[in-house]
Design a binder for this molecule. Structure first.
Ligand code: ZN
Length: 330
């Protein structure tokens, strides 16, 4: 087997309202809007990216803006929850922040770690997990959340499948993951060096209805390849393990292959290179519509047909003193 994938590269979901989506992820969650582009397969629809300051692999939550689709609850064969990493000391801050913004948030404990569960405006299930690492994370100095509380990219994804066996065997025997824990109907796996952004949890429910491609669902999760030859080695190994895998596709910011794990969840492997600064400098990421070369000739038509998006400039965080007061009043 090739060297295991180091962790999550990005997670891509479906929103029915791009402006509401941008407002929530930037203003409430404090992620930076780093790329406004189109879906490379459906170029008259948006692909929006929210991440840390630079779009470091492992921090990019992305959305296809597909308002024509129905809304559906997440189902079997899909990612059922996307979890972001926050410092453990930031749990109270986030509970208060979400509630102040009218977002219902529930606190629980899982694998001895605090978890805050809530939903985004499309009812997509999100979590904040109080276990973070600053190692590969570029803070957004102008962001609305103070650095000590800010989201540090992904912690994990939770897959919902009908049957545990096939997915668990695939992960451990064919995809380089290790089982590291079991708790209340869920199995935890790690890849690479483990820790935040390298965690996958599997929940099996034989009665869960099959998920559909719909607003409020995760479309796919992408895992990191450290380089092109790493990705190609994985392609060969996965084909050898009986998976149907696409050829390498150039996604401008990374090069990708796609396949389904046995439970039906769409996986991608995406290269760390070249990254999001390939077509605009770090300081102006997300400020203009970026198109891949094959659509530049259609720029004016595409721009005319896409709904305008206003990227909010959220207020700087409250002074540390004010936040202390907020904590005491809880
Ligand atoms: Zn992707």
């Amino acid at each position: 087997m090739p060297a295991s994938v180091p962790g999550i590269h990005h997670v891509t979901c479906i929103t029915g309202d791009v402006q509401r989506n941008v407002d929530f992820y930037v203003t409430v969650l404090g992620l930076r809007f780093i790329k406004k582009t189109v879906n490379f397969d459906v170029p008259d629809t948006y692909h929006l990216y929210f991440a840390d300051y630079l779009g470091t692999p492992g921090t990019a939550m992305t959305f296809f803006g597909w308002p024509h689709l129905p809304w559906r609850a997440q189902g079997a064969g899909q990612v059922a929850a996307v979890s972001f990493a926050i410092p453990s000391a930031a749990i109270d801050f986030w509970l208060a922040r979400l509630r102040e913004n009218g977002v219902e948030a529930i606190q629980s404990t899982r694998f001895d770690t605090d978890v805050v569960t809530f939903r985004d405006p499309d009812q997509l299930r999100l979590e904040l997990v109080g276990q973070a690492s600053d190692e590969r994370w570029a803070p957004w100095p102008e962001g609305p959340v103070a650095t000590e509380n800010a989201i540090r990219g992904f912690h994990s994804v939770t897959l919902l499948v009908n049957e545990e066996g096939p997915s668990a065997r695939f992960l451990t025997e064919n995809f380089g993951f290790r089982e590291v824990g079991r708790e209340a109907g869920r199995v935890r796996f790690q890849t690479g060096e483990g820790g935040p952004s390298a965690v996958l949890e599997l929940v099996a429910d034989p009665d869960a209805p099959k998920g559909e491609e719909a607003i409020g669902t995760v479309h796919h999760v992408a895992w990191r390849a450290s380089a092109d030859d790493h990705e190609l080695a994985w392609r060969e190994a996965l084909v050898g393990a009986g998976r149907q895998v696409t050829p390498v596709i150039n996604r401008k910011y990374f090069r990708s292959i796609y396949f389904r794990e046995p439970g039906g969840v769409l996986f991608e492997i995406a290269t760390d290179q070249p990254g999001f600064t390939v077509d605009e400098p770090a300081e102006s990421l997300g400020s203009a519509l970026q198109l891949p070369p094959q659509y530049e000739g259609r720029r004016e038509t595409l721009k005319f047909n896409l709904p305008p998006i206003v990227v909010p400039t959220p207020a700087a965080p409250a002074a540390p003193k004010a936040m202390e007061g907020m904590k005491e009043s809880r």
